[in-house]
Design a binder for this molecule. Structure first.
Ligand code: ASP
Ligand code: MG
Length: 422
């Protein structure tokens, strides 16, 4: 029996006509090997950002339903063009919107979650020998409205389709060779990882690694989907996300990740009484805002007001402020302050579980670099520090060097032979 393969191409891999044709060739080559092929495409290049700007030009607070109607067009363009290119190569292809492909989501516009994939239309097309192109990043809600899945959501479309079809692999084609020990643009000797565990990948995606959308990793882990992140520009093997049992070695530290898009929100004068934190984070949850680190200071005296700080993604700051402004009076909170110029640096590694001393090294390295740590959070396999956004790159380089994660004998991590061999 032939295998089903899902191939996802990111925005840079379909950015112009030549790249669309190159993607079409790659898809066709897979089909000619005998596989049943579904390709999930992202919007071309900066299309999604351009669409967001268009919305901002006509409205200060664009209606979320209409925003999804707008944003979902980017992926449709990519799929229709690629289908045309494939048919010029002598193969039968059909493009489908998320809705046509049976991607059913909840009703939270611009950040919808996939509830179900009703893949019969995809299956029928595959049975008829067609190559199926599915528009990423979108679905149809239980209210029959078009929804989108949040930035980077095409990864989640690809994984969900792979799960629904029982595909043997979900290949994520991108402009980098795989998952690296740090962002190669910041750390030139960063090393490509041959494998990474779901647990590590989840921590990396949630702490700034941009290769995969966090939800796609969660979805893949829950549904047992094999992910292979690889370059659309060459044939080399990339990084395979595997279960922890499948990983052979557990390096102490696998990667240093970072983000420069963190905002810190501080609530000043929070009454020292039960229920306030519940009201604050309840309001944020209702607004769909993901809170990362939380720090609550001790009140200066029993029963006196204290301050509470937490971080959110910069893109969520506006929603967070709106949600909080709605409750601070009723909760007796004095005021809200925020700082948009925060960043975060994290070290991730499954080996950390069984080795003490990692935190001490992290703090010493940052201290030696004169970088002030504003907030700290940990998990069994991650240590994250919030620092000023303009020191993030120095922090990443310092930590990557201190934990000796570099690829000593490769001048460009992107060409690393090590990761591929593992
Ligand atoms: N086009 C969307 C974005 O730029 C979704 C994706 O590419 O995965 O976020
Ligand atoms: Mg992406």
């Amino acid at each position: 029996m032939s295998e089903t393969v899902v191939m996802k191409f990111g925005g840079s891999s379909v950015a112009d006509a030549d790249r669309i044709k190159a993607a079409a060739k790659r898809i066709v080559a897979k089909r000619e090997k005998g596989d049943r092929v579904v390709a999930v495409l992202s919007a071309r290049g900066d299309t999604t950002d351009e669409l967001l700007n268009m919305a901002a030009e006509v409205s200060g607070t664009p209606d979320p339903r209409e925003m999804d109607m707008l944003l979902s067009t980017g992926e449709r363009i990519s799929c229709a063009l690629c289908a045309m290119a494939i048919s010029d190569l002598g193969h039968d292809a059909i493009s489908l919107t998320g809705s046509q492909a049976g991607i059913v989501t909840d009703t939270s516009h611009t950040r919808a979650r996939i509830l179900d994939v009703r893949a019969d239309r995809i299956e029928e097309a595959l049975d008829a020998g067609q190559i199926v192109l599915v528009a990423g990043f979108q679905g149809v809600s239980t209210n029959k409205d078009v929804t989108t899945l949040g930035r980077g959501g095409s990864d989640t479309t690809a994984v969900a389709v792979a799960a629904a079809l029982g595909a043997s692999v979900c290949e994520i084609y991108t402009d980098v060779a795989g998952v690296f020990s740090a962002d190669p643009r910041i750390v030139p000797d960063a090393k490509k990882l041959g494998t990474v565990s779901f647990e590590e990948m989840l921590e990396m995606a949630s702490s700034g690694a941009k290769v995969l959308q966090l939800r796609s990793v969660e979805y893949a882990r829950t549904h047992g989907v094999r992910i292979h992140c690889r370059s659309s520009f060459d044939e080399g093997a990339g990084t395979i996300v595997v279960t922890e049992e499948e990983t052979v070695e557990h390096p102490l530290i696998t990667a240093v990740t970072h983000s420069t898009e963190e905002a810190r929100v501080t609530l000043i004068g929070v009454p020292d009484s039960p229920g306030v934190a519940g009201a604050v984070f309840g309001a944020l949850a209702e607004a769909g805002v993901n809170v990362d680190m939380i720090i609550q200071n001790e009140p200066p005296e029993e029963g006196k007001a204290a301050d509470m700080s937490f971080t959110v993604a910069t893109e969520d700051l506006r929603d967070a402020r709106t949600a909080l402004e709605g409750i601070i009076e009723a909760q007796g909170i004095q005021s809200i302050a925020w700082d948009e110029k925060m960043g975060k640096v994290s070290v991730v590694g499954a080996g950390m579980r069984s080795h003490p001393g990692v935190a001490a090294t992290v703090f010493r390295v940052l201290g030696d670099l004169g970088i002030n740590i504003e907030m700290i959070s940990t998990s069994p396999i991650k240590i994250s520090c919030v620092v000023s956004a303009d020191r993030v790159a120095d922090a990443v380089r310092g930590l990557h060097g201190a934990f000796e994660l570099g690829d000593a004998d490769a001048d460009s991590g992107a060409q690393s032979p090590h990761g591929a061999a593992r």
